[in-house]
Structure formats: structure tokens, C-alpha cells
Design a protein around this ligand. Structure first.
Ligand SMILES: Cc1cc2nc3c(=O)[nH]c(=O)nc-3n(C[C@H](O)[C@H](O)[C@H](O)COP(=O)(O)OP(=O)(O)OC[C@H]3O[C@@H](n4cnc5c(N)ncnc54)[C@H](O)[C@@H]3O)c2cc1C
Length: 417
């Protein structure tokens, strides 16, 4: 079957949160938009994440701090960071780049870039939530990061100083203030940091589906299919689908999350995209009286209050796209959460694993392909794709309209590696 597509369409490959927010901005800007998705809408990483608009989370994972913590974390096979031995040779070049990105100069550069993108992320999300009528999905009650000792808080202080320089508001709390922000914590937690401007959604899947409906209401179309190749051609771009069909488009945005690398590589853009696999368990609603999202930074996981339950998870497993999930990681975090939140009811949970699309410098790729000015990239948001989705949509819409982008895009260029 040949799908006849008018050339004035802008095709967005991938209906995850980044593709949806990009489609939203393009459709709002007057483009005829078609989403092409091989699975269900928002059934990739955008389905089961921790639901945070982590606007204050500007410190790249690639940092001097992580290099200090990594050896200890790697010793624990179910700890916050794991590399399955069989994947080590494959990920070694990425790890080398990660290490380089952690060096002080580059780290500072990444914080500045991330700070710029996050300020835009907060503004663009506020605007998209208002325009798409998504306000009912958003909780504005901040995040509480927890520490087991004053020494752990002191060790995190340089990171808070860096955030302060980027204008981020936070409050270190102890005693009654800590207990007021979250009653029922284990006494092992002696201090916390409250970031009031952090937000969460009622459920990331519900949020994405509501955004999808807003995109469709603006005249977009959805094609179900897997894009096998992107081919720039005279006056447009041709997409070959795995089923043999072709689509023609005026412009194309690749927002395929962790699966974007081969399509970009075939265009000559070698982008070192890997995946940081993350795990969680969603317990039934009422499993704990949680006032807001909690971050257990020393253990690499968060606990989030959703309308659909209490979600416990995080962790990073550098294991690629093919190895089977190891749900012992979900169980290990749940066991810790039960110790940290005495009274947490741990029965009846649903486990999930998702593929964060990650670049070694912890910054996404947002920019134009070297192969064609009509092909744009919007992927690699790692831990922050939900948070930065609206900003990415706005930036891609700027590029597609030939406007100067809302922030400098140099740090996010596809050819920076
Ligand atoms: C445990 C965990 C917790 C997280 N918590 C947070 C959080 O609290 N806040 C936050 O901001 N981020 C969080 N993240 C990260 C966030 O989930 C991702 O950054 C984000 O979902 C990426 O969105 P995406 O649209 O790029 O990718 P995806 O949601 O994976 O979507 C990509 C889509 O592209 C489609 N696709 C790929 N290739 C093709 C092709 N060739 N043809 C057609 N379709 C294709 C896929 O089927 C998929 O639907 C978390 C991630 C994990 C794993």
C-alpha cells in the first residue's frame, strides 16, 4: 500500500513526550503535522517515568561527583548504577566520552547550558500546560531531597551553590520543618533540601495522552508505522517505512527517543546515543501518605505520588536496548523504600523498565541534521525528557520557522561529539 502524503506536512517520528510536545508547538505554529509511531502513543520511556518537571535539576550526571560515587555504586550489583558485564565492551567508548564530559571545564559548560535550557523548560511548560489545558494534571508541591547525615548534605553543597548561581531557589531543612514537609520518614534522615519550584504530573502516561489529544485537536494526523530510513530528496524528505510504504514530507523531526541513533547514523550524523535503563514499581494508591516527591539522592531513586499510585524507582543500568530487564532492581529499590518510609505498604505493585535516551554529556541533541536543513533532531534527553519536552518543542518550532532559537543551541548541536 502506498500512503499518499501531501508534501506540505511536517512529520514527527516518535509519539513519546518529546515528539508530542514538538508536534504541539509545530501545529500551534501553523504546520500540518503528522506523527509516525510504530507502537502505542507514549508507550516508550514516556509511559512510566517518575513524572517530575525537574526544573531545578541542572547538574549533569556526567560530573566529578558521579566519578567519586561510581566505584562504590558499581560494587553493588543491584545498586544505583550498573553495567552488565556483557555490555561493557559496547558501552566503553560512551563511558570514555562521559568521563571527558565530567572534567571541570566541560562540567561547568554543561551546567550553564542545562541552566539555560531549564529556564526555557519552565516557561515553555507553563505556556504549553495553559494552552493545551493540562493544568489539572500538574502538582506544584516541590521536591524534597533527603540526607542520612550532615556530611552527606555538606558533600552536596557545591551542587547547591552551582544551582544558586543559576538562580534556583532551595531551602535546607531539618527537625520540625523536615517532618512537616514529609511526616513518617525514617529517623535515619537528618536533613533535607526542599525545591519548591519542582513540579510533578498526576501520571506521565495520562499527561502524555492528554497532550496527544491536544495535538490531534489542532489538526495533526497519526500514522502507525516504523520508519526504516529518512531520505532527503528534491524539495522535501522521503520516509521509508518498515512495511514498504513511503511518506513524503516537507520537513521531518526525529524524536525517536533511545531508538534514534541508527536513523541519524544512516544520514551521516554519528551521535553517541546510548540508553540508561531505569526501573520502578508502582504501588496502589494509598500505599503511603506522600506529600510530594522525595529524592533519595544517595541511593539513586525517587518516590512519587501519582493519581495512579505511589511510584518507587530510578537507578541507571547501562545495558543497551536488547538485554532482558532485571526486575531485581525494582525489588531492591522497593526494599530500601520500605526501610526509608516505615509504613509503606509494598504489596500489589507493578514493575516497569524504561529506556532513557542518553548522551555522554547529559545534554540532549536539538538541532538540524548535517544531511538536510529539512531534518531536525530532538532526542537524547536522558533523565529529563518530560521536563524539557515543551522547551524542545519550542526550539524545534523556532528552527522549522527559520527564527533565531529562544536560547543558544550550540551546546545541543548534533555534531558536537
Ligand atoms: C525510571 C525513569 C524515570 C524517569 N523520570 C523522569 C522524570 O521524573 N522527569 C523527566 O523529565 N524525565 C524522566 N525520565 C526520562 C524520560 O522518561 C525520558 O527522557 C523521555 O520519556 C524521553 O521521551 P522521548 O519522547 O524522547 O522518548 P520515548 O518516550 O521513548 O518515545 C520515543 C518514541 O519513538 C518511537 N520510535 C522510535 N523509533 C521509531 C521509528 N523508527 N519509527 C516510529 N517510531 C519510532 C518509539 O516507539 C517511542 O514511542 C525517566 C526515565 C526513566 C526510565
Amino acid at each position: 500500500m502506498t500512503d499518499q502524503i501531501a508534501r506540505d506536512e511536517t512529520v514527527v517520528i516518535g509519539a513519546g513526550i518529546v515528539g508530542l510536545a514538538t508536534a504541539f508547538h509545530l501545529a500551534t505554529g501553523g504546520h500540518r503535522v503528522r506523527l509516525v509511531e510504530r507502537g502505542g502513543v507514549a508507550e516508550g520511556a514516556s509511559f512510566g517515568n517518575a513524572g517530575a518537571f525537574a526544573f531545578t535539576d541542572i547538574l549533569p550526571l556526567a560530573s566529578p561527583g558521579i566519578l567519586r560515587k561510581a566505584p562504590k555504586w558499581l560494587l553493588d550489583p543491584l545498586g544505583p548504577l550498573a553495567i552488565p558485564p556483557s555490555y561493557l565492551p559496547r558501552i566503553a567508548p560512551w563511558l570514555l566520552r562521559f568521563w571527558r564530559a565530567s572534567l571541570p571545564d566541560r562540567y561547568r559548560h554543561s551546567i550553564e547550558a542545562q541552566g539555560n535550557l531549564m529556564r526555557l523548560a519552565a516557561r515553555a511548560m507553563e505556556a504549553m500546560v495553559a494552552e493545551a489545558d493540562l493544568g489539572g494534571h500538574v502538582r506544584r508541591d516541590g521536591n524534597l531531597q533527603l540526607y542520612e547525615s550532615e556530611a552527606e548534605l555538606a558533600a552536596s553543597q557545591p551542587g547547591w551553590d552551582a544551582r544558586a548561581r543559576e538562580g534556583i531557589v532551595f531551602e535546607h531543612v531539618r527537625g520540625a520543618r523536615l517532618a512537616e514537609l514529609q511526616p513518617g520518614l525514617s529517623p535515619r534522615f537528618v536533613a533535607g533540601t526542599f525545591t519548591p519550584h519542582w513540579q510533578t504530573v498526576d501520571d506521565p502516561y495520562h499527561f502524555a495522552l492528554a497532550l496527544f489529544r491536544a495535538v490531534m485537536a489542532r489538526g495533526a494526523a497519526l500514522t502507525h508505522g516504523e520508519v526504516a530510513a529518512i531520505e532527503p530528496c528534491e524539495g522535501g524528505v522521503r520516509l521509508r517505512l518498515a512495511g514498504g510504504e513511503t511518506l513524503e514530507a516537507d520537513r521531518v523531526v526525529l524524536a525517536g527517543g533511545a531508538w534514534s541513533r541508527p536513523l541519524a547514523a544512516a544520514l551521516g550524523d554519528a551521535i553517541p546515543l546510548e540508553t540508561e535503563r531505569g526501573y520502578n514499581t508502582t504501588l496502589p494508591p494509598g500505599a503511603f501518605a506522600l506529600n510530594r516527591q522525595l529524592t533519595f539522592g544517595g541511593h539513586g531513586f525517587v518516590v512519587t505520588p501519582l493519581s495512579t499510585g505511589i511510584r518507587v524507582g530510578g537507578a541507571v543500568e547501562l545495558g543497551g536496548l536488547k538485554l532482558p530487564p532485571n526486575f531485581k532492581r525494582s525489588e531492591a529499590m522497593l526494599t530500601k523504600a520500605a526501610a526509608f518510609l516505615p509504613g509503606l505498604r509494598t504489596e500489589g505493585g507493578k514493575q516497569w523498565m524504561g529506556y532513557r535516551p542518553s548522551l555522554p554529556d547529559s545534554l540532549p541533541v536539538i538541532g538540524t541534521s548535517g544531511a538536510s536543513p529539512r531534518v531536525f533532531y530532538a532526542f537524547g534527553h536522558g533523565h529529563l525528557g518530560l521536563t524539557q519536552s515543551a522547551a524542545t518543542g519550542r526550539l524545534v518550532a523556532d528552527l522549522a520557522a527559520g527564527r533565531p532559537p529562544s536560547i543558544p543551541l550550540d551546546p545541543f548541536r548534533p555534531d558536537r561529539f
